[in-house]
Design a protein around this ligand. Structure first.
Ligand code: ZN
Length: 350
């Protein structure tokens, strides 16, 4: 995290934490995608990200006469994100006549066909930041809630080659699926492309009373489910792993527990048994790791940017490997996911 004047530069993880904690009282109805056109990628080589934002701020305030920089968020070629000066509680100066309720993102570059070729880091950041805003403000992703400047003005912004094109059809085909995938990871569910065949109606399910707060898996491997539907398989969990239960549900002829991660698991006592966290920590002999903070990311690979699911305090997972990743350490879990080994967030059970 770096600061200069009114601005803060962050990476994706820092931005997510910053955004989640930001108090926003204005009603947010949509997000706006813009490219800056000027400055462009060449300028990214000449100035630091913060300097580019300071230059834009000066221009917007001194030449255009606005009270603050036009946008809430600026993203860069190297994947970094800058916020500041334009409060999330004030409308942006992004789209004439369509700023009320908007959050304005300016992506530094000129993304018309044949101009700047967007880097992979930048693509990932744009999808991530958009998804994080839709997560924070609980917005669906559609042509009303996630808009391109060009739909309201005779400009090409955010560029004729922005994620494959700048029309509504392009947004639906190329951009929204990438945003939805990031959003699903933030919600801790598996992403199912909308182009997939429509799912059949889920079996009827109803909540039942239960005093179970945690369960332990007592079979070698066991499916979890994205919804209360035995056909909607998510990820496999393993013997000895412990999960937090939020409710018990009757699904078709059987029962499921809903887990705090949003996933569902069978309640059949052949496969899971009710447990308490304390008992768990003294009984286990193999290598297990327990989450000690309220929510924590897991990763799909040995990459701190490759976030997958959020797990919760008191949940226990089987460790199958330990790896140095960048300046930190990750455990590989039996499910195939990775988690930090930092003792600020997890503890190893003996
Ligand atoms: Zn624009």
């Amino acid at each position: 995290m770096k600061r200069s004047g009114n601005f803060i530069e962050m990476d994706r993880k820092e931005f997510f934490e910053w955004l989640i904690n930001e108090k926003v009282t204005r009603k947010i109805t949509h997000t706006q995608e813009h490219h800056t056109y000027q400055p462009d990628y060449d300028d990214c080589g000449r100035y630091s990200n913060l300097q580019l934002v300071l230059n834009m701020s000066n221009y917007h305030r001194n030449t255009r006469g606005w009270s603050a920089i036009a946008q809430h968020i600026t993203t860069f070629k190297d994947g970094k994100i800058v916020v500041g000066e334009r409060s999330f509680n004030s409308n942006p100066a992004g789209i004439a006549g369509h700023n009320s309720g908007g959050i304005c993102m300016e992506h530094v570059g000129y993304f018309d066909k044949g101009k700047d070729s967007m880097t992979e880091e930048h693509k990932k950041t744009i999808a991530f930041v958009t998804a994080a805003l839709h997560f924070k403000f609980n917005l669906p992703v559609n042509t009303q809630t996630c808009v391109y400047h060009t739909w309201f003005a005779s400009k090409t912004c955010p560029g004729t080659n922005f994620f494959g094109g700048n029309t509504k059809a392009d947004a639906i085909k190329y951009f929204y699926p990438v945003v939805e995938k990031e959003l699903a990871a933030m919600k801790g569910v598996s992403y199912k492309p909308t182009s997939a065949p429509a799912p059949k109606p889920a079996p009827t399910s109803s909540k039942v009373n239960s005093s179970v707060t945690h369960i332990e898996v007592i079979t070698a491997s066991l499916w979890t489910y994205n919804s209360p539907d035995w056909d909607d398989k998510a990820i496999v969990v393993n013997d000895g792993e412990v999960f937090t239960v939020t409710e018990k549900i009757k699904v078709g002829g059987g029962y499921m527990y809903k887990l705090k991660s949003g996933l569902y698991i069978t309640a059949n006592e052949k496969y899971v048994k009710p447990t308490t966290l304390k008992k768990q920590s003294v009984e286990k002999k193999k290598e297990l790791v327990e989450v000690t903070v309220n929510s924590l990311w897991t990763y799909a690979s040995k990459d701190w940017d490759d976030k997958e699911l959020i797990v919760h305090k008191g949940e226990v997972f089987t460790i199958v490997g330990t790896y140095k990743v960048g300046g930190g350490t990750m455990y590989k879990l039996k499910s195939g996911l990775y988690i930090t080994a930092n003792t600020k967030y997890v503890r190893k059970l003996k």
